[in-house]
Design a binder for this molecule. Structure first.
Ligand SMILES: Cc1cn([C@H]2C[C@H](O)[C@@H](COP(=O)(O)OP(=O)(O)O[C@H]3O[C@@H](C)C(=O)[C@@H](O)[C@H]3O)O2)c(=O)[nH]c1=O
Length: 185
Protein backbone atom coordinates (compact mmCIF):
# COMPACT_ATOMS: atom_id res chain seq x y z
CA UNK A 1 0.00 0.00 0.00
CA UNK A 2 1.45 3.31 -1.07
CA UNK A 3 1.79 6.31 1.15
CA UNK A 4 3.73 9.29 -0.04
CA UNK A 5 5.35 11.26 2.76
CA UNK A 6 7.33 14.40 2.03
CA UNK A 7 9.28 16.89 4.10
CA UNK A 8 7.95 20.41 4.37
CA UNK A 9 10.15 23.53 4.69
CA UNK A 10 9.74 23.65 8.50
CA UNK A 11 11.90 20.84 9.83
CA UNK A 12 9.89 17.88 11.14
CA UNK A 13 6.61 18.82 9.46
CA UNK A 14 5.44 16.38 6.77
CA UNK A 15 2.80 16.27 4.11
CA UNK A 16 1.24 12.84 3.82
CA UNK A 17 -0.57 11.52 0.81
CA UNK A 18 -2.41 8.42 1.98
CA UNK A 19 -3.20 5.24 0.12
CA UNK A 20 -6.31 6.11 -1.92
CA UNK A 21 -8.22 4.18 -4.60
CA UNK A 22 -11.57 4.58 -6.26
CA UNK A 23 -13.78 2.00 -7.92
CA UNK A 24 -17.42 1.73 -8.93
CA UNK A 25 -18.45 1.59 -5.25
CA UNK A 26 -16.69 4.73 -4.15
CA UNK A 27 -13.30 5.17 -2.53
CA UNK A 28 -10.99 3.48 -0.05
CA UNK A 29 -8.50 5.56 1.90
CA UNK A 30 -5.98 4.43 4.47
CA UNK A 31 -4.71 7.25 6.67
CA UNK A 32 -2.38 5.52 9.02
CA UNK A 33 -0.14 2.46 9.07
CA UNK A 34 2.17 2.06 12.04
CA UNK A 35 5.13 0.54 10.17
CA UNK A 36 5.15 3.19 7.48
CA UNK A 37 4.96 6.06 9.94
CA UNK A 38 7.78 4.51 11.97
CA UNK A 39 9.94 4.23 8.86
CA UNK A 40 9.64 8.02 8.63
CA UNK A 41 10.54 8.42 12.30
CA UNK A 42 7.05 9.60 13.08
CA UNK A 43 6.19 8.59 16.62
CA UNK A 44 3.09 6.43 16.54
CA UNK A 45 2.05 6.28 20.15
CA UNK A 46 -1.49 7.37 19.33
CA UNK A 47 -3.47 8.50 22.33
CA UNK A 48 -6.67 10.02 20.98
CA UNK A 49 -8.62 10.89 17.89
CA UNK A 50 -11.39 13.44 17.34
CA UNK A 51 -13.03 15.57 14.68
CA UNK A 52 -14.75 18.92 14.45
CA UNK A 53 -17.10 20.55 12.01
CA UNK A 54 -16.75 24.23 11.17
CA UNK A 55 -18.67 26.70 9.05
CA UNK A 56 -17.22 28.74 6.20
CA UNK A 57 -15.07 31.54 7.60
CA UNK A 58 -14.24 29.85 10.89
CA UNK A 59 -10.66 30.15 12.11
CA UNK A 60 -9.56 27.78 14.89
CA UNK A 61 -6.20 28.08 16.61
CA UNK A 62 -3.35 28.65 16.80
CA UNK A 63 -3.17 25.92 19.45
CA UNK A 64 -0.41 24.07 21.25
CA UNK A 65 -0.02 22.28 24.56
CA UNK A 66 2.54 23.70 26.96
CA UNK A 67 3.18 20.54 28.99
CA UNK A 68 3.76 17.21 27.23
CA UNK A 69 3.02 18.68 23.80
CA UNK A 70 1.13 16.60 21.29
CA UNK A 71 2.05 15.74 17.73
CA UNK A 72 -0.97 15.52 15.44
CA UNK A 73 -2.02 14.08 12.13
CA UNK A 74 -4.60 16.45 10.68
CA UNK A 75 -6.79 15.88 7.64
CA UNK A 76 -10.08 17.06 6.18
CA UNK A 77 -12.92 14.60 5.66
CA UNK A 78 -15.29 17.13 4.13
CA UNK A 79 -14.64 20.52 2.57
CA UNK A 80 -11.47 22.59 2.28
CA UNK A 81 -9.31 24.31 4.85
CA UNK A 82 -6.11 26.28 4.77
CA UNK A 83 -4.09 24.66 7.51
CA UNK A 84 -1.36 26.64 9.24
CA UNK A 85 1.49 25.60 11.49
CA UNK A 86 3.92 27.92 13.29
CA UNK A 87 7.35 26.88 14.50
CA UNK A 88 7.55 27.61 18.26
CA UNK A 89 10.93 25.95 18.86
CA UNK A 90 13.20 28.72 20.09
CA UNK A 91 16.32 26.88 18.99
CA UNK A 92 15.01 26.33 15.47
CA UNK A 93 16.32 28.27 12.47
CA UNK A 94 12.71 28.78 11.44
CA UNK A 95 11.44 29.91 14.86
CA UNK A 96 8.36 32.12 14.37
CA UNK A 97 7.91 31.11 10.72
CA UNK A 98 4.76 29.50 9.44
CA UNK A 99 3.63 27.42 6.50
CA UNK A 100 0.17 26.87 5.14
CA UNK A 101 -1.20 23.89 3.26
CA UNK A 102 -4.56 23.27 1.64
CA UNK A 103 -6.21 20.15 3.05
CA UNK A 104 -9.42 19.01 1.42
CA UNK A 105 -11.70 16.11 0.64
CA UNK A 106 -10.37 16.41 -2.91
CA UNK A 107 -6.63 16.19 -2.29
CA UNK A 108 -6.92 13.74 0.68
CA UNK A 109 -3.70 15.09 2.18
CA UNK A 110 -2.78 14.87 5.85
CA UNK A 111 -0.39 17.12 7.70
CA UNK A 112 2.01 15.81 10.32
CA UNK A 113 2.23 18.55 12.95
CA UNK A 114 5.21 17.80 15.19
CA UNK A 115 5.57 18.82 18.82
CA UNK A 116 6.78 22.39 19.06
CA UNK A 117 4.32 23.82 16.56
CA UNK A 118 1.14 25.82 16.98
CA UNK A 119 -1.67 24.65 14.72
CA UNK A 120 -4.75 26.29 13.27
CA UNK A 121 -6.84 26.55 10.13
CA UNK A 122 -9.39 28.61 8.24
CA UNK A 123 -12.40 27.10 6.50
CA UNK A 124 -12.69 27.93 2.81
CA UNK A 125 -15.71 25.76 1.95
CA UNK A 126 -19.33 25.90 3.13
CA UNK A 127 -18.51 23.41 5.88
CA UNK A 128 -15.37 21.51 6.83
CA UNK A 129 -14.94 18.42 8.95
CA UNK A 130 -11.43 18.17 10.31
CA UNK A 131 -10.08 14.95 11.74
CA UNK A 132 -7.18 14.61 14.19
CA UNK A 133 -5.09 11.73 15.37
CA UNK A 134 -3.10 12.84 18.42
CA UNK A 135 0.12 11.47 19.78
CA UNK A 136 0.02 12.38 23.47
CA UNK A 137 -2.81 13.05 25.88
CA UNK A 138 -4.93 16.20 25.78
CA UNK A 139 -4.27 18.12 29.01
CA UNK A 140 -6.97 20.75 29.36
CA UNK A 141 -5.10 23.01 31.77
CA UNK A 142 -2.07 23.13 29.46
CA UNK A 143 -4.08 23.70 26.30
CA UNK A 144 -2.84 27.07 25.06
CA UNK A 145 -2.24 29.06 21.92
CA UNK A 146 -1.33 32.23 20.09
CA UNK A 147 -3.83 34.62 18.53
CA UNK A 148 -4.64 33.87 14.91
CA UNK A 149 -4.07 37.50 13.86
CA UNK A 150 -0.83 38.13 15.72
CA UNK A 151 0.93 41.07 14.05
CA UNK A 152 4.40 39.59 14.29
CA UNK A 153 3.46 36.22 12.83
CA UNK A 154 1.64 38.08 10.06
CA UNK A 155 -0.23 35.07 8.72
CA UNK A 156 -1.95 35.77 5.40
CA UNK A 157 -5.49 34.57 6.01
CA UNK A 158 -7.99 34.64 3.17
CA UNK A 159 -10.94 35.17 5.52
CA UNK A 160 -11.52 38.87 6.23
CA UNK A 161 -14.08 38.63 9.10
CA UNK A 162 -13.58 35.20 10.67
CA UNK A 163 -15.74 33.39 13.18
CA UNK A 164 -13.44 32.81 16.17
CA UNK A 165 -14.22 31.32 19.59
CA UNK A 166 -14.02 33.56 22.69
CA UNK A 167 -11.12 31.50 23.94
CA UNK A 168 -9.21 31.85 20.69
CA UNK A 169 -9.73 35.61 20.56
CA UNK A 170 -8.12 35.87 24.04
CA UNK A 171 -5.05 33.75 23.33
CA UNK A 172 -1.60 35.23 23.93
CA UNK A 173 0.49 37.15 21.41
CA UNK A 174 3.66 35.70 19.94
CA UNK A 175 5.58 38.29 21.93
CA UNK A 176 4.04 37.02 25.19
CA UNK A 177 4.93 33.50 24.16
CA UNK A 178 8.57 34.50 23.59
CA UNK A 179 8.74 36.30 26.94
CA UNK A 180 7.01 33.70 29.10
CA UNK A 181 7.61 30.27 27.68
CA UNK A 182 10.78 28.28 27.59
CA UNK A 183 9.55 24.94 26.42
CA UNK A 184 11.99 22.27 25.48
CA UNK A 185 10.23 20.48 22.68
C1 LIG B 1 -8.80 19.67 21.64
C2 LIG B 1 -9.68 19.00 22.69
C3 LIG B 1 -10.76 19.66 23.24
N1 LIG B 1 -11.51 19.08 24.19
C4 LIG B 1 -12.66 19.81 24.73
C5 LIG B 1 -12.36 21.17 25.33
C6 LIG B 1 -13.60 21.96 24.99
O1 LIG B 1 -14.59 21.74 26.00
C7 LIG B 1 -14.10 21.36 23.70
C8 LIG B 1 -13.76 22.16 22.46
O2 LIG B 1 -12.37 22.47 22.49
P1 LIG B 1 -11.76 23.66 21.62
O3 LIG B 1 -12.70 24.80 21.59
O4 LIG B 1 -10.38 23.88 22.13
O5 LIG B 1 -11.72 22.98 20.18
P2 LIG B 1 -10.89 23.45 18.92
O6 LIG B 1 -10.82 24.94 18.91
O7 LIG B 1 -11.45 22.81 17.75
O8 LIG B 1 -9.45 22.89 19.26
C9 LIG B 1 -8.69 22.27 18.26
O9 LIG B 1 -8.17 23.28 17.41
C10 LIG B 1 -7.23 22.84 16.43
C11 LIG B 1 -6.70 24.07 15.72
C12 LIG B 1 -6.21 21.90 16.96
O10 LIG B 1 -5.04 21.93 16.58
C13 LIG B 1 -6.71 20.86 17.89
O11 LIG B 1 -5.65 20.13 18.48
C14 LIG B 1 -7.58 21.47 18.94
O12 LIG B 1 -6.79 22.32 19.76
O13 LIG B 1 -13.55 20.06 23.63
C15 LIG B 1 -11.24 17.81 24.62
O14 LIG B 1 -11.94 17.26 25.52
N2 LIG B 1 -10.20 17.10 24.08
C16 LIG B 1 -9.41 17.67 23.12
O15 LIG B 1 -8.44 17.01 22.63
Amino acid sequence: MDFNIQDLPLQGAKLISPFYIQDERGYFQKNYEKDIFEQWDLCTDIYESFESSSKCGVIRGLHFQTLKPQSKIVRVIRGTVRDVIVDLRKDSETFGKYIDVILSDKNHLSLWVPKGFAHGFEVLSEEAITSYICIGKYLKSYDSGIRWNDKELNIKWETKYPIVSDRDSRLMSFREYKENYNESW
